[in-house]
Write a protein that binds this ligand. Structure first.
Ligand code: VG1
Ligand code: CO
Length: 543
């Protein structure tokens, strides 16, 4: 093997978004594309000389090829060791845990999360720091700056690491340690939850389906749910990770996990249903005949976390992303603990978790997590739910009804308009931004605006500010709408409209979400002149 220094020139558009750099797979496969970005990551963190990294991905098309390139570049740049998941697999939360457990200098995670995989689909790379969490904005800004001035990268030519066998090998001077992707993560879960209680629940005939969606969580769910916890074999569906996720979107929501959704809404549905995404950091939670919105899930977990051993002494605080409903704020208020509202993206929770200000965090996009790692964690959320169900011995529907009775209900939905031409999406946002100051007291549809602004976040830990994080409009009657553009799409722009309505003392026999939110949908579409500007008459995905 020989160290090569390759001359290159900057490639446009390598700006990390909400969660790393995401592009079409063919874009990543272009000569120098991945290499330029990886070298720029190394530059942004002050080089990798004598450092240790974790590398792994969700198994999608190009995963192993990209890992081999990264290993050769880490070796050429003087890294002392890289810990890799066997066959290149690591879920995002498992990678976060390995970074923390082994006190490494960070890690590279290869995933485009819930986006489909394949040569004509999506690929992504993100860097997590030594705390195990996604690189903060100052670091991602430094990465982007480095991509704009790069002139060369270093790589070892020839050779490849054996990723199929657990154990230690060398790549040049660098140690490559291939680890079982599940083992350490499963051990961590066992320290957090009452596995005995969950095992007893399953032994008692409590039934469950877990849809791994042919993504990375399959082996984890098999080992933990069917292995350690004794859930009958076959309860974990689509458990083998595939490079194209079986042709689907590994996105755990009622649209993309429809077969599971249908089963849970059927006559003889199991007691509990769950799914996770491409890289295992998202989760969907269902009970027999009921879908739990991610915002409600965060609130229920916050209200009941003390029933699990890891959180028995209570929570320091609860953090949610701004578009997430206010349901968890009400729980925090009642518990007398702090609540935080951050911009979209897990990178904003890291400081709060590191400082011990928040214990649980969550996003409306199906991400929940805690201070056990620095990422959202799909299987963790499912296990916390199971621990709560094992203690409360109630159905999911009854737990939700109790919760809404106690705290009121935040009806919630998100409309996604995908692949909108960027100029049209910007027109929607610019027009609304321009009118924010004059909206108060005006009526749209049947609703009167009470306030409107653009969200800006002041990080209470490091004092940094992140502006331009979404447009918010509040209306009389407990309604709130948020508009923002996605930072993870790979085609045109995705406009997200987040819809929320708070109702006191609602119960499961009350309104359905669609009816409850209808006046808000009408108001927002009229306020933004949405159909005329975008030509779109219906969202592509409603969750
Ligand atoms: C989306 C979600 C956001 C999430 C991000 C990464 O971002 O809305 O809540 O943190 O994806 O999730 P955006 O910018 O498209 O709205 V994942 O599971 O990629 O790691
Ligand atoms: Co994900």
């Amino acid at each position: 093997m020989k160290l090569e220094t390759v001359t290159t020139t900057p490639i446009e558009g390598q700006k990390p978004g909400t969660s790393g750099l995401r592009k079409k797979t063919r874009v990543f496969m272009q000569p120098h594309y991945l290499e330029n970005f990886v070298q720029s990551v190394f530059t942004a963190i002050g080089g990798v000389e004598a450092k240790t990294l974790v590398v792994g991905g969700d198994g999608r098309f190009f995963n192993v090829e990209a890992i081999q390139t990264i290993l050769k570049m880490a070796a050429a740049n003087g890294a002392s060791k890289v810990i890799v998941g066997q066959n290149g697999l690591l879920s995002t939360p498992a990678a976060s845990h390995l970074i923390r457990k082994n006190k490494t200098d960070g890690g590279l995670i290869l995933s485009a999360s819930h986006n489909p995989g394949g040569i004509d689909e999506d690929f992504g790379v993100k860097f997590n720091g030594a705390n195990g969490g996604p690189a903060v904005e100052t670091v991602t800004d430094a990465m982007f700056a480095a991509t704009q001035t790069i002139t060369e990268y270093k790589i070892m030519s020839g050779g490849a690491a054996d990723l199929g066998t657990v154990g230690t090998t060398q790549l040049g001077e660098m140690v490559v340690q291939v680890v079982d992707p599940v083992e350490d993560y499963a051990a961590l879960m066992e320290t957090l939850f009452d596995f005995g209680a969950i095992r007893a629940l399953f032994a008692d005939g409590f039934t469950m389906r877990f849809d791994a969606m042919h993504a990375v969580t399959g082996p984890y769910a098999k080992a933990i749910l069917e292995g350690a916890l004794g859930l009958p074999e076959g309860s974990v569906l689509n458990a083998v990770p595939l490079p194209d996720f079986g042709g689907g979107h590994p996105d755990p929501n009622p649209v993309w996990a429809k077969p599971l959704m249908d089963e849970m809404m059927s006559q003889d549905a199991p007691d509990f249903g769950a799914a996770s995404d491409g890289d295992g950091d998202r989760n969907m939670v269902l009970g027999r005949g009921i879908y739990v919105t991610p915002s409600d899930s965060l609130a229920v977990l916050a209200a009941n976390a003390h029933l699990a051993p890891a959180y028995a002494s209570g929570l320091a605080g609860v953090a949610r992303s701004m578009p997430t409903s206010g349901a968890s704020d009400r729980v925090a208020e009642k518990l007398g603990i702090a609540s935080f509202e951050t911009p979209t993206g897990w990178k904003f929770f890291g400081n709060l978790l590191d400082a011990g200000k928040a214990t649980l965090c969550g996003e409306e996009s199906a991400g929940t997590g805690s201070d056990h790692v620095r990422e959202k964690d799909g299987l963790w959320a499912v296990l916390l739910w199971l621990n709560i169900l094992a203690v409360r011995k109630q159905s999911v529907a009854d737990i939700m009804a109790d919760h809404w009775r106690e705290f009121g209900r935040n009806y919630y939905s998100r409309y996604d308009y995908e692949a909108v031409p960027a100029d049209l999406a910007n027109t929607v946002m610019d027009n609304l931004r321009g009118r924010l100051a004059d909206l108060a007291e005006k009526t749209f549809g049947d609703l009167r605006v009470t306030a409107a602004d653009e969200f800006s976040y002041l990080d209470p830990v490091d004092g940094s500010t992140s502006s331009g994080q979404g447009l918010r409009v509040w209306f009389d009657g407990g309604y709130r709408a948020v508009l923002r553009l996605s930072g993870t799409g790979t085609e045109g722009a995705t406009i997200r409209i987040y819809l929320e309505r708070y109702v006191e003392f609602a119960d499961t026999n009350g309104l359905d979400a669609e009816t409850a939110l209808q006046p808000l949908v009408a108001a927002v579409l009229s306020l933004t002149d949405f159909e005329a500007v975008t030509g779109r008459t219906a969202p592509d995905v409603t969750t």
